[in-house]
Design a protein around this ligand. Structure first.
Ligand code: SAH
Length: 463
């Protein structure tokens, strides 16, 4: 690109043109569309230019150009159709700080004037760097035919309506609104009723789109907590109470599902461990489908949806379809489990950070910064850590962790069958395998139950 296209602010600034014949007139026709102050300087002036001067569209100085004539000009055009005269006046204008264009002399011009499709405030500038003026004209003709003549008026009035359209959700919905306006309702209203018809058309279109948006569904991505219904947030309960469709994980308990609106459709999207990615895609599609059907969908996930919940994939699927959603946090297994053993996740003087780690990722056993974890006092809550317990134990010991480091496994946190197993890193396996746990379990590395009495108090009462 030898020429960089820009739109120059010329309103209220000077544009000076030297020349009074046909070349000058052609340029002036274009320049008169701007809000610049135009000055034409030439010894001989064509009658049309005089007429424009009489109409106040430009100012004439009827003599050959002289130094001082281009002072404060933003742009200068040499249009004398005389190479020597054009060269002379260009030098003056350049000295006086104007950007110079010499008509039909690309090499000596500092800028070129594009072919313009004018739908002010929408303007399309077409340039070929002088290589193919025919092509520029063809493209211009094509665009002139394609862009409704009312487009400028529509854009001007549309601009004043932008604020009102903010009631529509950002993105696809808003874009669809403007597309329908500029290429459908807008030109039609303009053709039928002229400018006066445009605002009513905008209002009617917006009402339609708002109605359509209101009838579209939305999704709450809700944390169900560890299992005890009393550990649900009030927001989560309200969402369940209003849901048309509840799509839940394997770990969400029946007691919590009981709280869903009686008419709600309940769908078990449970998957064992980390299933193949197609499974997640199916869940994404399921949520999207029900939302697009106009339903209030509650996507209910164990614990907190933002912790090892593959939440982002679901959000991306929703965003792709412009489906509005909310995230309602929940109590994650680590928070509930640590309460059961009467401990804190962080403790002054012991650990200023806690890691939530997973035993598995989609590729198998998950790797972590084992040597950082092996430092005394470190605490980690290990999710999905049953199958990977021997791997984790081996890695930590290999990186110098103390075999006596306390490890606590809590199965079915907050549920009737909650079980706490206190052990050490050295004993993690085979203790875990021998315990034959069947429910979900979280493993705390670096934490032991405070004492039996307190941990019992923290266990839910089942009266
Ligand atoms: N989003 C969930 C975690 C999903 S990953 C949360 O925030 O809790 C699934 C893992 O979470 C399980 O393998 C287990 O390690 C843990 N988990 C979830 N619910 C649990 C429960 N009630 N008791 C113990 N561990 C639980």
């Amino acid at each position: 690109m030898k020429h960089f296209p820009i739109f120059l602010a010329v309103a209220g600034r000077r544009i000076v043109l030297s020349g009074g014949g046909h070349a000058a007139m052609a340029k002036l026709r274009l320049l008169m569309k701007t809000e610049a102050h135009l000055t034409v300087i030439a010894a001989g002036i064509a009658p049309d230019i005089r007429k424009w001067a009489d109409q106040g569209k430009l100012r004439i100085i009827e003599r050959a150009m002289a130094p001082g004539d281009a002072l404060c000009a933003a742009l200068f055009y040499a249009a004398n159709e005389d190479d020597a005269e054009d060269a002379r006046v260009s030098e003056i204008a350049k000295d006086e700080g104007a950007l110079v264009n010499i008509v039909d002399n690309l090499a000596d011009s500092q800028f070129i004037t594009p072919a313009v499709v004018d739908r002010d405030p929408v303007t399309v500038a077409i340039g070929t760097e002088g290589a193919a003026p025919v092509l520029a004209r063809a493209i211009k003709a094509d665009l002139e035919a394609r862009l409704p003549p009312s487009l400028g008026t529509l854009a001007r009035i549309g601009k004043s309506f932008r604020h009102a359209v903010e009631v529509l959700p950002m993105g696809r919905k808003r874009r669809a609104f403007w597309t329908s306006f500029y290429f459908g309702a807008g030109p039609k209203a303009f053709a039928d009723q002229g400018e006066a018809g445009i605002i009513p058309a905008l209002e009617a279109l917006l009402d339609d789109k708002i109605a359509a948006t209101n009838s579209a569904g939305h999704v709450d991505l809700v944390g169900a907590g560890p299992g005890d219904p009393e550990l649900l947030t009030l927001k989560a309960r309200n969402a369940l109470d209003r849901a048309d469709v509840v799509i839940h994980d394997r770990l969400v308990t029946g007691e919590i599902l009981e709280l869903a609106r009686r008419e709600a459709i309940i769908i078990d999207a449970g998957k064992e461990g980390f299933g193949p990615s197609m499974k997640q895609a199916e869940i994404d599609a399921l949520i999207v489908k029900h939302a697009l059907d106009g339903h209030h969908v509650v996507r209910l996930k164990a614990g907190d949806p933002t912790v090892f919940g593959r939440l982002d994939e679901e959000i991306e699927a929703l965003a792709e379809h412009d489906i509005p959603y909310r995230i309602i946090p929940g109590i994650t297994a680590a928070s509930a489990a640590v309460a059961c053993i009467g401990q804190s996740l962080t403790k002054r003087g012991r650990n200023a950070a806690v890691r939530l780690i997973t035993g598995h990722d989609t590729k198998g056993y998950a790797d972590h910064d084992w040597s950082a974890l092996a430092v005394p006092g470190e605490v980690a809550a290990i999710y999905m850590g049953k199958k990977s317990a021997r791997f984790i134990q081996g890695r930590l010991l290999m990186h110098g962790a103390d075999p006596a480091t306390p490890v606590t496994i809590i199965e079915n946190v907050s549920r009737a069958d909650q079980q706490i197993i206190a052990t050490t890193l050295a004993e993690l396996e085979p203790t875990l395998t021998q315990a034959k746990l069947e429910g979900p379990a979280i493993t705390f590395y670096g934490l032991a139950p405070r004492d039996a009495a307190i941990s019992v108090q923290n266990i839910r009462e089942f009266a």
